[in-house]
Ligand binder design. Structure first.
Ligand SMILES: Nc1nc2c(c(=O)[nH]1)N[C@H]1C(S)=C(S)[C@@H](COP(=O)(O)O)O[C@H]1N2
Ligand SMILES: [Mo]
Length: 244
């Protein structure tokens, strides 16, 4: 589809290309809304192709991922300046620092594939961070809350989750990728990592989480451009497997 740069495009699809891509996707969504699902199904096919050269295993992680930013630039925030605000329908709105997330909250490590719906996949990526539910437990979420809205400090990207999704074991507020601090390009110092969902749910440069009693904004950035709100790998966007 004409939205995210696909697996055949170059490895750093930033800037003008990404901007034009998202404008094109918006136009496609308006004019040919019904075809989006079909396009997504075709885009899924390359996911089943393993790297035939085996070369990707020899490359550093940044070389195996494609770096995405819908704003066309790479936001940057120091660990010292970084905060994550959790607010909305909670009894105790809280601002977590990088130090809280890196050193004070219980840590979880997870090694899972990272899979973009457009057809690239990075096998066995090691992530570390704090389970999102650990943060939720500390802010006293109201019984009326059903959804989360997650916002990026890129000023544009937004994602949503249901409360049940957010409380899963395999949803991390991540600070470490393959044993190193998450770089600016990968959405550091802190990004979301949702192991059982496509990459578009894993919002980079995470800045704010708001609890709400409805689906905020009708879904996230790419959901407004045709992707499923629940981004389970395999099952969503034309696939058939159950989520793991
Ligand atoms: N803020 C922000 N988060 C984002 C994106 C983005 O463009 N901006 N792209 C999403 C998509 S579609 C994918 S596949 C992954 C890519 O992560 P990476 O750039 O670390 O490879 O980030 C997701 N999170
Ligand atoms: Mo993606």
């Amino acid at each position: 589809m004409a939205s995210e740069p696909d697996a055949g495009s170059d490895a750093r699809p930033l800037g003008r290309r990404a901007l034009l891509g998202s404008l094109a996707a918006t136009a496609v969504g308006i004019v040919f809304g019904a075809r989006i699902q079909e396009r997504l199904q075709r885009a899924l096919l390359p996911i089943t192709l393993h790297d035939p050269t085996g070369l990707s295993d020899l490359l550093p992680v940044a070389g195996r991922f494609r770096i995405y930013s819908v704003t066309g630039d790479l936001p940057s925030r120091s660990k010292e300046a970084y905060t994550l605000r959790v607010e909305g329908l909670v009894a105790r709105p809280t601002t977590f620092t990088y130090d809280d997330i890196r050193n004070r909250l219980p840590q979880t490590a997870l090694t899972r594939d990272f899979q973009c719906v457009t057809g690239w996949r990075v096998y066995d990526v090691a992530w570390a961070g704090v389970q999102l539910r650990e943060l939720l437990d500390r802010v006293d979420v109201d019984a009326s809350a059903t959804h989360l809205k997650l916002t990026s400090f890129d000023g544009t990207y937004v994602e949503t989750l249901t409360i049940d999704q957010a409380r899963r074991d395999d949803v991390l507020i991540a600070h470490t990728l393959e044993g190193s601090d998450i770089s600016d390009e990968h959405g550091g110092p802190v990004r979301l990592y949702i192991a059982p969902m496509y990459g578009y749910k894993s919002i980079k440069w995470l800045e704010r989480i708001e609890l709400a009693d409805h689906l905020p904004d009708g879904g996230g950035y790419w959901e407004h451009r045709g992707y499923d709100i629940d981004g389970w790998t395999g099952r969503s966007n034309g696939g058939h497997e159950d989520p793991t």
